[in-house]
Design a protein around this ligand. Structure first.
Ligand SMILES: CC(C)(COP(=O)(O)OP(=O)(O)OC[C@H]1O[C@@H](n2cnc3c(N)ncnc32)[C@H](O)[C@@H]1OP(=O)(O)O)[C@@H](O)C(=O)NCCC(=O)NCCS
Length: 153
């Protein structure tokens, strides 16, 4: 079942929260799904929707200095490995670029090997930044310049 990528609405974030475990497994990231992000940055938040629900989503925004920041990206457990994550990033890059983004940025925890492999596959540089989240709390920071042909490897 092919999903269509469109702008996200408030009902979408509530749907995603209701099915949170299908996107994040045992990790509880519900507190990061701030409705205000979709309310205020709805022009850069996307969902991949099909008849059987939301297959994936990206919540992101463009900073005043031209960074398209991906706050959250996830695909549903039954939609992984199909290229949907790549398609969501390509769609976000396009919409963020149209709103002035010159580069993309995202972060993840040191232990999220899947996210690190995913971002590397998409051509992101990955750097460990000490104290990113506060004293002693390093994070992996991803960068990618725009525009970029997402079909490239
Ligand atoms: C990370 C995630 C979004 C990837 O989504 P996906 O739809 O499976 O990704 P795609 O099928 O588009 O894969 C794109 C590329 O990344 C690679 N990739 C994706 N997940 C990977 C993993 N866990 N390990 C290794 N490589 C991975 C794919 O092999 C593919 O590489 P290729 O195009 O060179 O063949 C998805 O696994 C997910 O939602 N994980 C839980 C939430 C999460 O951790 N989000 C990231 C937080 S920053």
């Amino acid at each position: 079942m092919r999903a269509q990528i469109t702008l996200a609405g408030m009902t979408d974030i509530h749907q995603v929260l209701a099915d949170h475990h299908r996107y994040w497994g045992d990790r509880d990231l519900r507190s990061l799904h701030l409705p205000a992000l979709v309310q205020e940055f709805g022009d850069t938040c996307l969902v991949a929707r099909a008849e059987d629900g939301i297959h994936g989503y990206v919540i992101g925004f463009v900073t005043p200095t031209g960074t398209g920041y991906v706050h959250l990206i996830a695909t549903r457990d039954d939609a992984r490995g199909t290229g949907l994550g790549r398609s969501l990033y390509a769609a976000f890059a396009e919409v963020a670029h149209s709103h002035g983004a010159l580069r993309l940025k995202a972060i993840t925890s040191l232990g999220n090997a899947g996210s690190i492999a995913f971002h590397r596959s998409l051509g992101f540089d990955a750097t460990v930044v000490d104290d990113y989240n506060g004293p002693g709390q390093a994070m992996v920071v991803f960068h990618r310049v725009l525009p970029f042909d997402w079909a490239q490897r």
